[in-house]
Design a protein around this ligand. Sequence first.
Ligand SMILES: NC(=O)c1ccc[n+]([C@@H]2O[C@H](COP(=O)([O-])OP(=O)(O)OC[C@H]3O[C@@H](n4cnc5c(N)ncnc54)[C@H](OP(=O)(O)O)[C@@H]3O)[C@@H](O)[C@H]2O)c1
Length: 251
Amino acid sequence: MPARRFPTTVLALGATSAICEATLRVLAERGARFYLVARNQEKLNAVAADLRTRGASGVVTHAMDLDDTAAHPAMLATAAQSLGTIDLALLAYGVLGNQAEAEASYAAAEEVLHTNFLSAVSLITWLANYFESMGQGTLAVISSVAGDRGRKSNYVYGASKGALNIFLDGVRNRIDRAGVQVLTIKPGFVATPMTAHLAQGPLFAQPSQVARGIVKAIEKRRDIVYLPAFWAIIMMILRLIPRRIFKKLSV
Ligand SMILES: NC(=O)c1ccc[n+]([C@@H]2O[C@H](COP(=O)([O-])OP(=O)(O)OC[C@H]3O[C@@H](n4cnc5c(N)ncnc54)[C@H](OP(=O)(O)O)[C@@H]3O)[C@@H](O)[C@H]2O)c1
């Protein structure tokens, strides 16, 4: 098998997310070229300018709301044309939603499921076919440890990520054999705007720490990565708790 080259062309979906931006910085320092997609042009411009100063060999921005699945194929085709070949697609957008609102209203739950799961399915479907036809590439998706077991404090968000994990398992089973890496990224708590309202404890990681883990997992061609790594142990213990006990816990 020929040596695998490190991704030099990167499509970032949700490029203004704190975890994504930190990851793109690491890749920029290695001279990568970027096609950045996010919904806020001002924030996109700031990320693009930062990546250029860090060594990016080219940056193109594309403002769109990624909930708009009908617009995905045209955006993805434009990105592929602009980059020449996409080496790495990183899906990094998402919403935490409000668990209490989602318990009270299906509409609120549907918003979370649409953004975190259904719109991701739309992007992944196109990208899986693209990478399969190229016989190479990395499809990296930021999911969450919350998808490993439903908990009363965030099961709507957790369900959106859990469904995403199962979808990615299936896609990996289909296209790994075509030479495509499908990487499921499962961070624990990360100090970003998404969690700014939470009291930060010792379990919180910084986006730069998670970013280094993402890049390492791409290099090592991993399938699934918990970040920081200790979350693999925490989630294993959480999954092993018998249901008759788990259902009575307040987690
Ligand atoms: N922070 C954590 O503790 C944690 C833990 C596990 C997993 N994650 C996951 O990590 C990923 C990145 O989140 P983060 O922590 O970096 O938080 P963040 O900085 O708040 O990033 C979330 C990003 O998603 C974007 N977004 C939301 N809905 C969108 C839409 N419809 N179209 C386009 N962009 C949209 C936001 O854009 P705007 O800036 O325009 O709002 C923002 O850039 C998410 O998938 C999240 O679920 C986070």
